[in-house]
Design a protein around this ligand. Structure first.
Ligand SMILES: Nc1ncnc2c1ncn2[C@@H]1O[C@H](COP(=O)(O)OP(=O)(O)OP(=O)(O)O)[C@@H](O)[C@H]1O
Ligand SMILES: [Mg+2]
Length: 452
């Protein structure tokens, strides 16, 4: 906006502008409270086990709100000015601020009650439901106080200059009420809530598991696999299995045959011998694209993204086996909310991204294919430690969302720490298997792969 334009805006409208921002945030919060009511009703009347992911996302949103407001109350321009100009409101403001702190604790309690309720369903339902009612009531009262008392009072005592300061706070990234960054975070969380809310409640209803996936059922089984490059046999009689919901790590030195094994599972590397089944289906005779549409999706070594295509086009290509439509669009949004940087750079060429961003793009592209078994070939390779942390955090998240992960890594300590189970491959043979913990404490593994 040019300076002239800025001057042309009548000062009074700044007050209106600020108030409308506050009211919009309140409306957002109010809608979330309405959604909580619906979900509670669904649980009590329709005997629906509560959706832990959705509830926790809602709690994140509310907690974010309270965190922000409470983080540095003195930095909230509106509260500060109001305290100065209208000392008699100080008591109420104190009370409202305390309300945020108490609300924060209450949500932590709600999370615990929710976990207990989903674990022991239908036991624990009443406790959770009661606590939830008390909480939503208190929060509604709180919003009404702000709208009914704080804002009218502010309208009375604050002058045009004050409102100007409040609106300016918008340009201060970190202002806890108006700052751009903060509003961006809220937008993000709201988006997640919408995408997790079932269609019947007006959300998009993306599919995701309502509770922790059960592990145990066999998903992939490999028996006696032998594979060669020309005359040279590189995999000798490999057998392993992956159960649904697990993270299974495969560790091994350079050239052990890890990538070859992943390519065999994807159908890109022929077998000499052996049998592979995926959810009971014979994989040996299944074409590559059929495997993808069945949910077996590989993220290849060295983050092979299409460097001359945009981030957006790379992601779209990930969905090539799927029918284009609203579901693909909403999955794209889901990838963007998992990797906000990809949304920011959606029109950039993939080749312009940093190594870590390219790895996120490679994973994002795989997610667009709706994987049920995700094959990751050394996702941490060549990345800085902090980025590696982030990638491993994402893998853990994918598991929580119900995706089964087969993770190939040379970075054995982190891969095994993350894994439910693991295998050690040495020159084409499985030499050890066990839980992640067992392998981490195994003498041989420690010596050969962890340098201890
Ligand atoms: N296209 C190929 N042609 C011939 N030999 C190959 C080919 N690709 C890999 N090899 C050989 O097969 C063996 C296993 O290679 P593979 O890439 O599967 O190992 P890896 O465990 O993934 O190793 P890295 O840790 O280096 O990625 C190695 O001896 C390698 O030299
Ligand atoms: Mg490899």
């Amino acid at each position: 906006m040019s300076e002239q334009n800025q001057k042309a805006v009548p000062a009074r409208s700044r007050g209106e502008q600020a108030v409308s921002i506050i009211i919009r945030e309140h409306q957002g919060l109010w809608r979330v409270l309405d959604l909580l009511d619906l979900l509670q009703q669904d649980m009590n009347v329709n005997d629906q086990r509560p959706d832990e992911v959705l509830f926790n996302t809602i709690f994140d949103y509310i907690q974010h709100f309270s965190n922000r407001v409470h983080s540095q109350p003195t930095e909230i321009v509106l509260y500060r000015l109001l305290r100065e100009k209208s000392p008699e409101t100080a008591e109420l403001l104190d009370k409202l601020e305390r309300g945020y702190v108490i609300g924060h604790q209450k949500i932590n309690e709600l999370r615990e009650l929710l976990a207990a309720c989903t674990r022991n369903w239908p036991n624990g339902r009443e406790e959770f439901s009661h606590a939830l009612s008390r909480f939503t009531q208190a929060l509604r009262k709180h919003i009404k106080k702000e709208e009914g008392v704080v804002i009218p009072r502010a309208k009375e005592v604050l002058n045009e200059e004050d409102w100007g300061k409040i609106v300016e706070a918008r340009d201060q990234q970190n202002d806890p009420l108006f700052g751009d960054r903060v509003r961006e975070e809220f937008r993000e969380l709201r988006h997640q809530i919408v995408s997790y809310t079932p269609e019947r409640f007006g959300g998009l209803g993306l599919s995701h598991p309502t509770s922790r996936p059960e592990t145990g059922r066999e998903m992939l089984s490999i028996e006696g696999l032998v594979s060669s490059y020309g005359q040279i046999e590189v995999l000798h009689d490999v057998s392993l299995r992956i159960n649904s919901g697990e993270i299974v790590s495969l560790v091994g030195a350079n050239g052990a045959g890890k990538s070859t094994l992943l390519m065999a599972i994807s159908g890109l590397q022929p077998l000499d011998k052996g049998q592979m089944t995926f959810e009971g289906k014979d994989l040996n005779r299944m074409a590559v694209d059929k495997r993808v549409s069945n949910g077996i999706v590989q993220v290849p070594e060295g983050r092979q993204v299409f460097k001359d295509l945009t981030v957006y086009d790379n992601l779209r290509l990930g969905a090539y086996t799927r029918k284009q439509g609203p579901e693909v669009q909403s999955d794209l949004q889901k990838v963007f909310s998992k990797f906000p940087i990809l949304e920011q750079k959606r029109e950039n060429l993939a080749g312009e991204l940093s190594g870590g961003q390219q790895q996120m793009l490679a994973i994002g592209r795989a997610l667009m294919a709706k994987p049920r078994l995700l094959l990751l070939d050394e996702p941490s390779m060549g990345l800085a430690p902090l980025i590696v942390e982030e990638i491993f955090g994402i893998i853990r998240e994918l598991k929580e969302e119900g995706i089964t992960v087969f993770l190939v890594e040379q970075n054995a300590s982190q891969a095994l720490a993350l894994a439910d189970r693991g295998y050690v491959l040495e020159t084409g043979r499985v030499v050890l298997e066990g839980t992640g913990r067992e392998l981490l404490s195994n003498e041989k593994v420690r010596e050969a792969y962890l340098g201890m």
